[in-house]
Design a binder for this molecule. Structure first.
Ligand code: UDP
Ligand code: MG
Length: 315
């Protein structure tokens, strides 16, 4: 349904963005003023150790449409996005990074498409067509990750999709109804459904500061994604077990017949070692995979909050 003069809230997760935040604000403000909507900015400080919160307080003092939340420590971008979504009280909600890698000039088109009766879109997302400016090894693993997860998960997870998107109230409510603690937004966005209109653009460099994602952090995040949206790895150990059983039956028969014909000399140390090592490895792999899911279940069961607030200004 088309909304006349809708409200739009833009969520900006910020972790150590004291340099980028003022530039971000100066760039986005004119765009927001030109939009046919009543806009507000919801800055989420993800427990930054620098002066990010100070910058937010200043901006909020100067501009009444700026709101902020601040975490007691770093809880990660997923938690920051969740906090933003829970506190964004608007007809349309957008998520944007603070480093201007998400082009603000897309906002008018995004709002027009999502707030259009004739086109039934619950969401307008953005994706990068290239991974320029990224270390090649990181791009390689990123591509592999998307290939694997889309093979083993029923939820579509779009390669190159950014978190930069605008969503209708319905979609936001659907996302909030998913109460999981281990949140993997790229999967959650796909899981809730709703038609998505994709805008494509070429990767941009961040305007100030540096990326907070180390290779290690990204690797752990990819494991989160796989365990949250697929149980296929659990099946691997079952298949492996079945294969081992089949092969060992054949081998058993072979050993039995051989000893009937040639007697039973004490030999076969190398083959025994191979079997023991292989089975040991396979067992450990299976237990490891099981452990991953168990660990996630453990965290879910504990029901801890996804973040702790230390300060907020929402009006
Ligand atoms: N971010 C966050 N918490 C974190 C890491 C990052 O809120 O623990 C924010 C960060 O401030 C930025 C956005 O998430 O606004 C994207 O982070 P970054 O630019 O470092 O990632 P990249 O663009 O390199 O993938
Ligand atoms: Mg960035």
């Amino acid at each position: 349904m088309k909304i006349e003069n809708p409200t739009l809230c833009i969520i900006v997760p910020c972790y150590k963005e004291e340099e980028a935040l003022p530039i971000f604000y100066d760039t986005i403000k004119p765009v927001l003023d030109s939009l046919p909507a009543r806009c507000s900015l919801l800055l989420v400080d993800d427990g930054s150790s620098d002066n990010t919160l100070g910058v937010m307080r200043q901006l909020a003092q100067r501009d009444s449409t700026v709101k902020y939340l601040s975490f007691s420590r770093n809880f990660g971008k997923e938690a920051a996005m969740l906090a933003g979504l829970q506190n964004a009280d608007a007809d349309y909600v957008a998520i944007m990074d603070a480093d201007l890698q998400d082009p603000p000039d897309f906002l008018p088109v995004m709002l027009r498409v999502v707030n259009d009766d004739a086109r039934n879109y619950g969401c307008v997302g953005t994706r990068r067509t290239t991974r320029q400016g990224e270390p090649p090894i990181r791009s390689f693993f990123a591509r592999m990750f998307y290939k694997i997860i889309n093979k083993i998960s029923k939820t579509e997870i779009v390669d190159g999709a950014r978190d930069y998107r605008i969503m209708s109230r319905r979609m936001v409510d659907a996302i909030l109804s998913m109460g999981e603690y281990n949140r993997f937004s790229k999967g959650i966005f796909g899981w809730v459904g709703f038609n998505t209109y994709w805008l494509e653009y070429v990767n941009r460099e961040r305007v100030a500061g540096e990326t907070k994602w180390s290779f290690h952090k990204l690797f752990l995040y990819s494991i989160d994604g796989i365990t949250a949206f697929s149980t296929a790895p659990l099946a691997i150990s079952s298949y492996l077990g079945l294969l081992c059983c089949g092969v060992s039956m054949i081998y058993l028969l072979f050993v039995f017949i051989k000893s009937l014909i040639y007697g039973d000399p004490v030999a076969g140390y190398p083959s025994m070692m191979c079997v023991i090592l292989f089975l040991g490895g396979a067992l450990l792999l299976g237990i490891g995979i099981l452990g991953q899911y168990l660990a996630k279940t453990y965290l879910e069961v504990k029901g801890r909050p996804a973040y702790i607030l230390q300060e907020k200004k929402l009006d």
